[in-house]
Design a protein around this ligand. Structure first.
Ligand SMILES: Cc1cc2nc3c(=O)[nH]c(=O)nc-3n(C[C@H](O)[C@H](O)[C@H](O)COP(=O)(O)OP(=O)(O)OC[C@H]3O[C@@H](n4cnc5c(N)ncnc54)[C@H](O)[C@@H]3O)c2cc1C
Length: 370
């Protein structure tokens, strides 16, 4: 493919993987990210999967996959709080923050533009153009929508852009491991679950914010999936500041009354170690669980990648791997064809099927307990 001028909307992992691979092949790529200082320090951990390892090898970051905390077994609690099942499947949780900052360092200098929210996308005959929040606009041979769940680029490709609420939310916490009380120490070094009708809670250790792996400097990540009627969603996502958020309730926005109610609920229905881990988090936050599946991934000079294309449920632990697979497929399609339309059609053919499959898998996992 001849060198193209490419604008990528969204500077999380889908945007970064694609930008780096396409820059390596000689394209002129710029990433536009709306957050003011980038995303460092805001993630937890993720489970490495084969497409992630492939992309890391391709961009010279394979060492990142070794910075992870190993959970030596999976344990499942029963309703009495006893360990009902142990499965010896060691699993490594990679640090999201270390992954993000290492990968970001591979971009060409000056090509990751923060504090640059895209407010509009338009397609002309041979180009696509982006408008930014400061009123500026710029045109490209290709625009990639890597702008996640709340994508605005989606609208240039699909008529239906609506994320559908899955009927439950994930309450989440991330605490220094030293803050876990002694009564919760069984959770350390294990991937722990409690799954029963209407309740799904899990937790595991992740590295420290800078990839620290020594005992004492890691963090404990817990997730409690809880059903919420659609009619209550606005209340759940309204913060103590009075602000209503569309898809989540960020850290710092939960009132102390609501936090106390969460802690009481946890003590009433969860095994004690999980209840203690939840109590140890001073600032829980809430992530809404939504589904979105694209009918199309490309339209003339615009393509969708990552969560903008398919929002997959967190139970799959495949959001990052899918983003990596999208980026690899796009690059491969570009390498095989001199014609942009042909390359994009090939990308779409391959990744629509994969995205649908992962989305359905996530829905099945969610339906098991909630
Ligand atoms: C801060 C953060 C922390 C995360 N932590 C974890 C984790 O610990 N474990 C895990 O498994 N997954 C985590 N994820 C999710 C995971 O990274 C994604 O599944 C994966 O990156 C694929 O999603 P994406 O890159 O397509 O979209 P996302 O990761 O959702 O990123 C979309 C990006 O687009 C930007 N954006 C949105 N709209 C605009 C706009 N109009 N103009 C410019 N920029 C825009 C957003 O600010 C964001 O950076 C995290 C995501 C984020 C953003």
């Amino acid at each position: 493919m001849r060198p193209l001028k490419i604008g990528i909307v969204g500077g999380s992992l889908a945007g970064l993987f694609s930008a780096i691979l396409l820059q390596m092949d000689g394209h002129d790529v710029t990433v536009y990210e709306r957050s003011a200082r980038g995303l460092a320090g805001r993630g937890a951990g993720l489970v490495g999967q084969s497409d992630l390892f492939k992309v890391l090898r391709a961009i010279g970051c394979e060492h990142v996959a070794r910075i992870g905390v190993v959970a030596r077994e999976r344990i499942y609690f029963d309703e009495n709080g006893d360990v009902a099942e142990r499965i010896a499947t060691p699993q490594t949780q990679i640090s999201w923050d270390y992954l993000y900052s290492t990968v970001a360092s591979k971009l060409h200098p000056q090509t990751y533009i923060v504090d640059n929210a895209v407010t509009g996308v338009e397609q002309q005959d041979k180009r696509a153009s982006l408008t930014f929040s400061d009123g500026r606009s710029e045109s490209f041979d290709l625009v990639l929508g890597a702008d996640g769940l709340a994508s605005i680029v989606r609208g240039a490709v699909n008529q239906d852009t609506t994320n559908r609420f899955a009927g439950y939310v994930a309450w989440r916490g991330l605490i220094p491991e030293g803050d876990l009380p002694v009564g919760a120490s069984i959770l350390l070094d294990r991937f722990a679950f409690y799954i029963t009708r209407g309740i799904q809670v899990l937790g595991y250790l992740v590295p420290g914010p800078n990839g620290e792996m020594e005992p004492g400097s890691r963090r404990y990540n817990w997730v409690w999936y809880r059903p919420v009627p659609m009619s209550d969603l606005a209340d759940v996502f309204t913060g103590k500041s009075g602000k209503l958020y569309e898809y989540s309730l960020p850290k710092g926005e939960l009132s102390s009354d609501r936090r106390m109610a969460l802690v009481e609920d946890a003590k009433a229905v969860l095994p004690l170690p999980f209840a203690l881990a939840i109590e140890a988090e001073p600032h829980p936050f809430i992530q809404g669980i939504f589904d979105y599946t694209s009918k199309r991934l490309v339209s003339k000079h615009v393509a969708l990648i990552g969560d903008a294309a398919f929002v997959v449920r967190p139970h799959t632990a495949m959001g990052v791997a899918k983003a990596a697979g999208d980026a690899l497929a796009l690059r491969a399609a570009f390498a095989r064809s001199e014609n942009l339309e042909v390359a994009l059609a090939e990308y779409e053919r391959e990744r629509l099927a994969v995205g649908n499959e992962i989305a359905l898998y996530g829905q099945r996992l969610g339906a098991r307990a909630l």
